[in-house]
Ligand binder design. Structure first.
Ligand code: AMP
Ligand code: TRP
Length: 333
């Protein structure tokens, strides 16, 4: 399709480290779907990022297929967007090495995700956890990406990617890399844990009640949201001193499009129980059809593999061109 090449490039990815959560859906995936027609899109599963923490091999393989099935179930059209798996495109690891030689330890040490994750890793912190953002920069720069739709937690990594691109361009020519921009949704960029609404909902949270997974049954979703930690008092307000209530309001608002201010008006005189029941129903309505479709696609392994093989081939071609350009500029034979 010749028209597609004139569009701006949009690219994003999710780690297939366990099932995707409604945080991934609201913060990232929904925006991919929303904008896929307006951009040349590259969406993938970053399994090389996932191994920065220990994974069970069989589980990792299956979650990678599940992630891709979920992208399609959420509305990504594989005829339109290129879908692939990071490990099947070797240029990602290769460009990451080059960028490692231009990125500074101080920069990586300041990354909040590294600080959080390295604390959890105990005594032996894998080097991959430290250089994780460099691989992410490679992911982005290989495709001449202009826009990266992500949740708020990834903003810092994209700023680092911009810094690296600018640094390389200053050294080797302005047209070496495109400098990307983050695209962060106005509502729902940071969905919080249902059990501790002061920390991010994360697919790796050891407490299964903290996150709603896109694979959860309707009943499980209802139970988790009913058990969500709310705050003292009983009035439903959009208030930083009530992070639990605020989180449920954000989830509703992000899914329905009704503003938080309007929701607060509608809940005047009502109790937390009402908010929980309504939020649960809204989430069930969004997740239920997606779950069924993802299950169906996940079972069609041969079909998924065909989509991924085609995607990887396209990705290798595009990424190969960018990598060659970088090698030539740097003086690598
Ligand atoms: P990850 O689960 O770390 O692979 O994240 C994949 C994408 O989902 C990234 O764009 C994240 O910013 C986004 N994301 C992850 N967790 C949340 C959350 N709790 N709220 C909003 N966006 C999120
Ligand atoms: N680091 C991102 C996360 O944890 C995942 C990711 C890897 C990514 N490479 C990317 C996101 C490139 C956007 C673009 O959420």
């Amino acid at each position: 399709m010749s028209g597609a090449t004139q569009k701006q490039v949009m690219l994003s990815a999710v780690q297939p480290s366990s099932g995707l959560t409604i945080g991934n859906y609201i913060g990232a995936l929904r925006n991919w779907v929303k904008f896929q027609r307006d951009y040349e899109c590259w969406f993938f599963a970053v399994n090389l990022h996932a191994i920065t923490v220990r994974q069970d091999p069989k589980e990792l393989r299956e979650q990678t297929y599940r992630a891709v099935a979920t992208y399609i179930a959420a509305g990504i059209d594989p005829e339109h967007a290129t879908l692939f798996v990071q490990s099947q495109v070797p240029q990602h690891a290769e460009l990451a090495w080059l960028l490692n030689c231009y990125c500074y330890m101080g920069e990586l040490g300041r990354m909040t995700q590294f600080k959080d994750k390295s604390q959890k890793a105990g005594e032996n912190i894998p080097v991959g956890l430290f250089t994780y953002p460099v691989l992410m920069a490679a992911d982005i720069l290989l495709y001449d990406t202009e826009l990266v739709p992500v949740g708020a937690d990834q903003k810092q990594h994209i700023e680092l990617t911009r810094d690296l691109a600018i640094r390389m361009n200053n050294a080797y020519g302005e047209d070496l890399f495109k400098v990307p921009q983050p695209m962060i949704p106005p509502v729902g960029a940071r969905i919080m844990s249902l059990q501790d609404p002061t920390s991010k909902m994360s697919k790796s949270d050891p407490d299964p009640n903290a996150s709603v997974f896109l694979s959860d049954s309707d009943d499980v979703i209802r139970k988790k949201i009913k058990r969500a930690v709310t705050d003292s008092g009983s009035e439903i307000t959009d208030d930083d001193s009530k992070p639990g209530v605020k989180n449920l309001l954000s989830i509703q608002s992000a899914i329905t499009g009704t503003s938080i201010a309007e929701l607060v008006r509608q809940y005047a005189g009502k109790q937390y129980g009402h908010l929980k029941v309504d939020t649960a129903e809204i989430v069930v309505q969004a997740v239920s059809p997606l779950r069924a479709e993802a299950e169906r696609l996940y079972a069609e392994r041969a079909h998924l593999e065909k989509i991924l093989a085609r995607g990887a081939e396209k990705a290798r071609e595009k990424a190969g061109r960018t990598l060659k350009r970088a090698y030539e500029r740097i003086g690598l034979l």
